[in-house]
Design a binder for this molecule. Sequence first.
Ligand code: F6P
Length: 428
Amino acid sequence: MDNIDLTVTKLGKATIPSPLDDVNYENEFSTVIYEKDAQKIIEEYQKNGKILAFEKAGPRGMIYHDPAWSKAAIITAGGLCPGLNDVVKGLTRTLMVRYKVPIVYGIKYGYQGLIPSYGHEPILLTPDIVDDIHESGGTILGSSRGRQDEKTMVDTLERMNINLLFCVGGDGTLRCAHDVVKEIARRRLNISVIGIPKTIDNDINFIDKTFGFETAVYATNPVIMAAHNEAKGAPNGVGLIHVMGRDSGFIAAYATLANTHINYCLVPEVEFQLNDGPQALFPSLARRLKQRKHAVIIVAEGAGQYLFEDDSAKRDKSGNKLHNNIGVFLRDEIGKWAVENNLDINVKYFDPSYMIRSLPAIGTDAVFCQLLAQCAVHAAMHGCTDMVVGHWNDCFTHVPIAMATSQRKKICPKSQLWTSVKSVTWLY
Ligand code: F6P
């Protein structure tokens, strides 16, 4: 708690009346309390004389950037995620239709689009161009992983006269946005940089939900049904599903609660073993098959990495450790274990990872994207910078990028979420 600073940087005093005349403006000092437990809030106040709180997101009565002289740019970076196009559309429309910002550029292929030598021309976005894009998965702007030189990127922003930059991405994208902010500050430029948190892993700190996550969980349903039917359709059938979740197993855990045909949920945050130990998968699987003749297992990609002998040090372009494939490993190990124990087992393996994240957003997620986009524009116009739009205690918030990227959000093994997963599965 002591190292948490939720103060959001402002470029300067907002002195221009907002052109939005039909909204309820948020008071400049509106906040959303971080702590959720009343007793803890009292203790915190007694100890520190203040309560940790996020700045509340929403339109402000006074804005910093003059819309008529503004130029915005939107970047989508990192892996795909349902809802990217909804966010691009929401940003474009809020900027152009609501605030009357005349020019909005779509930067192609993530941060590469700000480096001239890649040759990716920006596209001019208009309400007409973005009209149908929410119907498609992926991103019309394209994406890429990896850092780029912040000096060259800020040169480009200066050359294009951009004063509002929106970076839609996960922690790698946000870290890069933070470096861009530092370079902007060094040059004393008035450019607002606002992040919109995107990751189907739902692993961004201080943010209770990221867009696309709900769609990803929903999309696991047909796969779980297929795995369940396949498992039930053969003697000792085992349906094994591998889903994304590099360091956090939220998709696997929520999928397990959303469709309780799953009997084993394996996530990076909670250890399991194969043959021996208190949380050994195979003895439990043997019991389950003896009793019920079928089983469904869901495993998140970051689970059980300690089971591999060669714990590879390879990294992707965003600097994330590349994991060994736990799904394929488990499929093969279950097969070997069955042979060694003279069990006639039928394993059917499913890997829906990329299918899930390239879908369009479902209804509630699409709504969430729209609201995030609107809040991002309100924050930018007000002169906020170096922040990401968050969601906490049922409200939209402003979170300093440094806090959002300070560590990854993970499942707490003592949380209600994991306790609930345990109560509907067999292993833990
Ligand atoms: O965006 C995060 C994520 O979904 C991780 O779970 C996964 O490791 C990664 O994307 C894979 O993305 P890519 O194959 O594009 O590097």
